[in-house]
Design a protein around this ligand. Sequence first.
Ligand code: ADP
Ligand code: MG
Length: 369
Amino acid sequence: MAEQTPPRLALSGITVSYGGVPAVTDMSLTVGAGEIVCLLGPSGCGKSSTLRVSAGVERQAAGSIGIDGIEVSDGKARHDPPEARSVGLMFQDYALFPHLSVAENIGFGLRKTPGAERRRIAGDYLARVGLDGFARKYPHQLSGGEQQRVALARALAPRPRVMLMDEPFSGLDQRLRDEVRDETLAILKDEGAGVLLVTHEPDEAMRMADRIALMRDGRVVQVGAPYDLYHDPVDRQTAAFFSDLNVIETTVAGGGAETPFGRFPAAGLTDGTAVEFAVRPQHLTIATEDGRAPPAGAARGHVLRARFVGAQSLIAVAMEHGGAVMQATVPDAWQPQAGTPIWLSLRRDRCFLFPRVGAGSVASPRAAE
Ligand code: ADP
Ligand code: MG
């Protein structure tokens, strides 16, 4: 067998409690060298708690943390402080030292390195984040985006094995955020550290992550490449976290689920199981009734309303069969009259069937935040 390189960061069975109330429960996750793993989930699900115990600024109630195959904390007797863990930290509110120049900020983690060498490394990282010539400036003279770049340089300069980043871009306005995010991604990929990055934004996780660990209520519910979580979510909530989702409630009968779009096989689900049939708006296609035969597998409905939102239009459709209302996106501007009869069809390979848990409401991450 090939020799296995241990992961940069390994969390095994981590539980974090505050006053006896668990914030994180039995969490296990690894981050490989050069890998970016995003901890994604709604506010309060335990992302920051996971990051803080990984850094060592807090202690887990149970479980073990390893860096490059060496245990740095067992939550009990063994608990290395952050400075002994080779971790770089970057938090939204992890401010620069206001009384230190940019170069001194970046050199802060290199205090044991001789002065000339320290200045060389600081200058090197300053150039890498695109801030040549900023060495003598002070934090208050920098814009928000520049400060974030200096914070990144400061975290990376000691060459940490693990980078821990908690919503590092959330203080930046949208346009700047995309720019800083893309630059940061390129630099992180270059460095080879294992990166654990916390975000509550699905778009950010999809953009940044090699793997996403989706959390809910203190637990990891699914880990995988962005593509896999998007196209093969473990449950409806996971599917709905990444985009709006149309959900139709139905019941399994004769091994399948009846929908306005025909029957879908319900492998592994017994007859009588209450299920949710789900499909994203972008996987629905609208055809107008123009006298031709309807597309195969299409269902009849009529337009309730149409909204133009820039790159696309959102069309709400009332289904003739069953009366469900479904949202479909169509490219560009399309403004049909309410009541216009249409055919709605879908990509059968992009539909989901989930056993129903609790109330079956249509959810989106934006609505849930
Ligand atoms: P996230 O980063 O995903 O928003 P957190 O890890 O900050 O979530 O919080 C998880 C849960 O733990 C929340 O219910 C939060 O209120 C609680 N919590 C976090 N930090 C503390 C703390 N220092 N004391 C008490 N409760 C906390
Ligand atoms: Mg947080």
